[in-house]
Design a protein around this ligand. Structure first.
Ligand SMILES: *Cc1c(COP(=O)(O)O)cnc(C)c1O
Length: 355
């Protein structure tokens, strides 16, 4: 394994004092991890250095053709003061799946988990401790060849930055309002949907902007071909509880395979619930709603963990779910997932990595 060189800052920044108003991704810690890739040499020069600007040419390929992949995970401070990560190897494995799709050279999963741990160990005092807060970690890789011809690059930078964050939704676990997107699509099978890459977000911004201007938190994407089957929410996977079945759309190439989604499926299964991954159409959801069988709807993602949906709008139809209140199963999932993450309840699933 490569060695990680460490150069600590001589000018540490003041840490945020009001950790109840951190927002999301606006403040960055003192250090970052960097590593370079050059064709013929592989990944090299792993280092942790003071956080700061990265010098690159205006012709850098990522700026023109979007060859970039990223990850998102959180470090938590437990009640006993330990810094822990939630399934970090899953993030690094997924990063490699994204790499594979857009021709970025693979990383060494074990080494990159070690790099994350080392960085978090150094930034341990940046992990905020108040309720709902954490240190968000953003690993990302981008192409830096100074060439604007279209082809996969030969030079890349891998970087990890850290940001102390508050609760994702300032209103906390209050159910959010989302609407079914009918004009735009996010991804199609054969495209980039399953990869965590900037381009998917570029495709989604317009819809997000229009949703926000109508006071909706995010959009619910339908499949790009038939515009009928449910895919996911802006930054989250989605679950519906209809009768006693907990349904989430099956992964088929255009949906981002969330680690929170996977963990929710495993946890619900371990409790004996009937969890099914299958195709589910918006018509099926609307019909279940009309018949009083749609009990809960929630999103899953690292940022919000579990986000109950209180209103789902589809064209002129407004579906108010569970009276705009968080449902029983959504609450139980949230309490258990965050309980494991914050070390309040035993990690029976083996999901926690101590730093
Ligand atoms: C990251 C992401 C998710 C959630 O994945 P987690 O691993 O649970 O954080 C869902 N959808 C999209 C589009 C994403 O980018």
């Amino acid at each position: 394994m490569q060695e990680i060189k460490i150069c600590l800052t001589k000018n540490p920044k003041a840490k945020p004092t009001d950790t109840n108003n951190l927002g999301f991704g606006k403040i960055f810690s003192d250090h970052m991890f960097l590593m370079n890739y050059d064709k013929g040499q592989g990944w090299h020069d792993a280092r942790i250095i003071p956080y700061g600007p990265i010098l690159m040419e205006p012709s850098s390929m990522c700026l023109h053709y979007g060859q970039e992949v990223f990850e998102g995970l959180k470090a938590y401070k437990t009640a006993s003061g330990k810094a822990v990560l939630f399934r970090p190897e899953k993030n690094m494995e997924r990063l490699n799946n994204s790499n594979e799709r857009i021709c970025i050279p693979k990383i060494d999963v074990d080494f990159c988990v070690e790099a994350l741990k080392k960085l978090v160990e150094i930034e341990k005092d940046w992990i905020p401790e108040s309720e709902g807060t954490s240190l968000y970690l953003r690993p990302f890789i981008f192409a830096v060849d100074p060439v604007i011809g279209v082809h996969p690059a030969s030079h890349y930078i891998f970087c990890i930055i850290c940001s102390p964050v508050g609760a994702y939704y300032p209103s906390g676990l209050d159910p959010v309002k989302i609407y079914v997107e009918q004009n735009y699509v996010r991804a199609v099978r054969g495209g980039l949907g399953f990869a965590k890459t900037a381009a998917n977000y570029a495709a989604s911004l317009k819809a997000q902007d229009e949703a926000e201007s109508q006071s909706y938190a995010q959009v619910l994407w339908l499949d790009g071909v038939e515009r009928k089957y449910i895919e996911e929410v802006g930054t989250m996977n989605v679950f519906f509880i209809i009768d006693d079945e907990i349904i989430t759309p099956a992964l088929q190439g255009s949906i981002l395979p969330g680690i929170t989604r996977m963990s929710a499926i495993e946890l619900l299964g371990s409790w004996g619930y009937n969890v099914v991954e299958r195709r589910i159409s918006i018509d099926e959801v609307a019909q279940a709603y009309d018949e009083g069988r749609l009990k809960e709807c929630f999103g899953t993602g690292t940022a919000a963990v579990i986000s109950p949906v209180g209103e789902l709008k589809w064209g002129d139809k407004k579906m108010i779910i569970n009276n705009m209140q968080i449902g029983e199963i959504s609450q139980k999932l949230y309490d258990n997932m965050t309980g494991i993450q914050w070390g309040k309840i035993p990690d029976t699933m083996g999901w926690i990595t101590e730093v």
